[in-house]
Design a protein around this ligand. Structure first.
Ligand code: IPM
Ligand code: MN
Length: 353
């Protein structure tokens, strides 16, 4: 095929990269190298537009989520975000109504960093579905003063329709997986947020899915005691934030976990679950897998299943060969690599027989 013809038939995507702060910058650099190579191998093309969010945006625009960044994201095929320490992220999520946050957690038998017993961890494969644009993060909030002095408040508020729409996403995921949906709730203390009843209503359209309501405190404990029990876990914004960090305990490092946040049109924001990690930022040693796994979720969302599978396979092979960034390194026979070396090895895996 001539290059002209292949240009005509080649699929084209536009990605907005928002590295943010701290290790966000390093892991996005890493993920973009992987994206560039996999696009070349799989025969699609990607235009990457870089934008500012968080502290770097404050420095230039005086705003952690400036309108220029919002405009850049508009109409893109996906947003790849690194990390921000404060400011910018919630505004971005809200702006595009990225209400459905998907956080898959799968354990690797080749990793031994989790403090939990390895027989408990074998084959754990679960998915957190977290509501991302409502709840206590976005409810009425402020500081005020009364007779007892100054006070602050944040309000956990959900419209029933907001619970129903995230329930539908979780039910669809559960139906396509192992048909179990655990619903995190706290109805013994927060009876006006009837997650269980609302999910059950929507579940009438999904008769195959078993609904398992679980008090969120007990759920946190059960996740550590019998993680293999779970398939899809549905939670509101705050509970989902807290519970999904426990996924990091299961796999051995939060540095491995990626996420996708989708709106109703399927447009998405893809970001690692970890934060800016100021203790290791700028050293080039951060684990790029959280960002790379977020990239995998973006490719899956695009329907580029082969590209996604190739990255996942290369990742698993690399872990099996013992390559570890510092957060995962714990045995003498393992090979300690920095972020850039890790990506070098990963790209090599693509072409090995
Ligand atoms: C996450 C983060 C964010 C959240 C912070 C940075 C606001 O912890 O994505 O899990 O709480 O949603
Ligand atoms: Mn979090």
């Amino acid at each position: 095929m001539s290059s002209l013809q292949s240009n005509v038939t080649q699929k084209q995507y536009r990605v907005v990269a928002l590295p943010g702060e701290g290790v966000g910058v390093e892991v996005i650099e890493a993920a973009l190298r992987v994206l560039d190579r996999i696009a070349e191998l799989q025969g699609f093309s990607v235009q990457v537009d870089r934008g500012l969010i968080g502290q770097p945006a404050v420095e230039i625009w005086g705003n952690p989520f400036p309108e220029a960044t919002a405009q850049l994201c508009q109409g893109a095929d996906g947003i790849l975000l690194g990390a921000v320490s404060q400011g910018g992220l919630l505004e971005l999520r809200k702006r595009f109504d990225f209400f459905a946050n998907l956080r898959p957690v799968r354990t690797f038998s080749t990793l031994h960093q989790s403090p939990l017993k390895s027989e408990k961890l074998a084959g754990v494969d679960l998915l957190f579905v977290r509501e991302l644009v409502s709840g206590i993060y976005f409810g009425p909030a402020g500081r005020s003063i009364d007779a007892e002095g100054a006070y602050g408040f944040h309000t956990m508020q959900y419209h029933d329709w907001e619970i129903r729409r995230i329930a539908r996403v979780a039910l669809q995921k559960a139906q396509a997986r192992r048909q179990r949906l655990t619903v995190a709730h706290k109805q013994n203390a927060l009876p006006h947020l009837p997650w269980t009843q609302l999910v059950r209503e929507v579940a009438a359209d999904f008769p195959d899915v078993e609904i398992e309501p679980m008090l969120v405190d007990n759920l946190a404990m059960q996740l550590m005691l019998r993680p293999h029990h779970f398939d899809v876990i549905l939670a509101g914004n705050l509970f989902g934030d807290i519970l999904s960090d426990l996924g990091g305990v299961l796999v051995g490092s939060i540095g491995l976990l990626g996420s996708a946040s989708l709106n109703a049109d399927g447009f998405g924001l893809y970001e690692p679950i970890h934060g800016t990690a100021p203790d290791i930022a700028g050293k080039g040693i951060a684990n790029p897998l959280g960002a790379i796994n977020s990239l995998v979720l973006m490719l899956q969302q695009w329907g580029e299943q082969t590209a996604a599978a190739r990255i996942q396979q290369a990742e698993a092979q690399l872990l099996a060969k013992g390559y570890r960034t510092a957060d995962l390194f714990d045995r003498p026979n393992e090979i300690l690599v920095n972020t850039a070396e890790y990506v070098d090895r990963l790209l090599e895996e693509f072409i090995l027989p």
